[in-house]
Write a protein that binds this ligand. Structure first.
Ligand code: TXA
Ligand code: MG
Length: 340
């Protein structure tokens, strides 16, 4: 059974308990074990990035293909530079958005201490400095923490500690519970190659935000089409089917059949006759993102065959929501699964 250490609420949120929990988690990570880690995006399944044993355990528990590399989470810029080569563009972006929900894919530094399993044989490495408690855990472990989302490969990402426990019921995973994740969708991933910036995965930080921070236009190279072929080269993990509930999804549906299960958004969700989980009655996309995985899980757990989904405006974080929904709705052929 996974063990959940609660860091918020339930009366034990004092500093001392948090420090004890972090120390326990750090010890596990330093001895090559896994820990469920809260971040602002989704919960991660963390191990020391430098430990072959720990990283192997991540791939094995998730059932993740070994060619799909992991994000290394750092607690300082200094640590990031130890792992990856941060050029002027990367440094400006990091200065503006770290800690935060942004992952930078850069060339590895010559002395990168990460296990070669983390990068799956690529010359590049994905680096992110998360917000809050995760950073304090990384500080204690004195190494980057490799952490994919803490779900079984191809399944919905977890946004609560309970989701993580439900994904791995037979494991003895230690999970740090810091309440629901505030963002709810995975980090934006960009590849930085000289001055060129390429969006690999949309998230709550937009390319336009990055352009603004850099004070220049034209960094937008368009999103890579994450299909099976070029996914091998650019971003091994980004295949078409992913984030999949057990039920089939029908997207962009304004008039779902009466009685059907509906993942609603705004006014559409209000009119439906049948089970509804409305991502945001007010039509607020940030709120919708934070609720996305929890509400999808909730509807999926009722055992329905099909979940209908209202149209989500494709602006701002709505693009990340639609990206995840599209993958969740994609045909689930063997070998097409992924767990970005
Ligand atoms: O918000 C997040 O990013 C969460 C939290 C836990 O930090 N993590 C997460 O990790 O979503 P994961 O493993 O589920 O997704 C990481 C994605 C994968 O699609 C992987 O292929 C890609 O990052 N990736 C990792 N290293 C890469 C690299 N060197 N080049 C291109 N893509 C890479
Ligand atoms: Mg994932």
């Amino acid at each position: 059974m996974p063990e959940i250490l609660t860091l918020v609420g339930k009366g034990n949120a004092n500093g001392e308990d948090i420090e004890t929990a972090l120390e326990l988690a750090a010890q596990r990570i330093q001895s090559g074990q896994l820990v469920g880690i809260p971040t602002e995006t989704v919960y991660g399944l963390g191990a020391s990035a430098n430990s072959d044993v720990g990283v192997k355990a991540i791939y094995s528990l998730k059932g993740r293909p070994s060619y799909n590399p992991l994000i290394c989470h750092v607690s300082s810029l200094e640590m990031a530079k130890h792992y990856g080569q941060l050029n002027a563009t990367a440094l400006s972006i990091a200065a503006r958005f770290w800690p935060g929900p942004l992952t930078l894919v850069v060339e590895q530094s010559p002395s990168c201490p990460a296990s070669s399993l983390v990068t799956a044989g690529l010359s590049t490495i994905a680096l992110r400095m998360p917000e809050g408690l995760a950073t304090r855990l990384i500080e204690r472990t004195h190494a980057a923490i490799a952490a994919p989302s803490a779900n079984r490969s191809g399944k919905l990402s977890p946004t609560t500690a309970e989701h993580v426990a439900a994904e791995f019921p037979g494991s003895d995973l230690l999970i740090l519970d810091n309440g629901p994740c505030s963002k709810g969708v995975e980090s934006t991933i960009v590849r930085i190659d000289g001055e060129k910036i390429t969006l690999l995965r949309p998230g709550s930080i937009m390319l336009s935000d990055i352009e603004k921070a850099l004070g220049r236009n034209g960094v937008r190279t368009g999103m890579q089409e994450h299909n099976h072929e070029n996914a091998q080269i650019i971003a091994p993990g980004m295949m078409k089917s992913h984030y999949a509930p057990d039920a089939a999804l029908v997207l962009d549906c304004t008039q779902p059949p009466g009685g059907a299960s509906l993942l609603g958004f705004g006014q559409f969700g209000q009119e439906h006759q049948g089970p509804v989980a409305n991502l945001s009655l007010a039509g607020n996309l940030m709120e919708a993102a934070a609720n996305l995985y929890t509400y999808l899980r909730r509807l999926d757990e009722t055992g329905v065959n099909t979940i209908y989904v209202n149209p989500i405006p494709n602006v701002g974080i709505g693009m990340a929501i639609n990206d995840r929904l599209k993958r969740a709705a994609a045909p689930r052929n063997e070998g097409q699964y992924d767990d970005t």
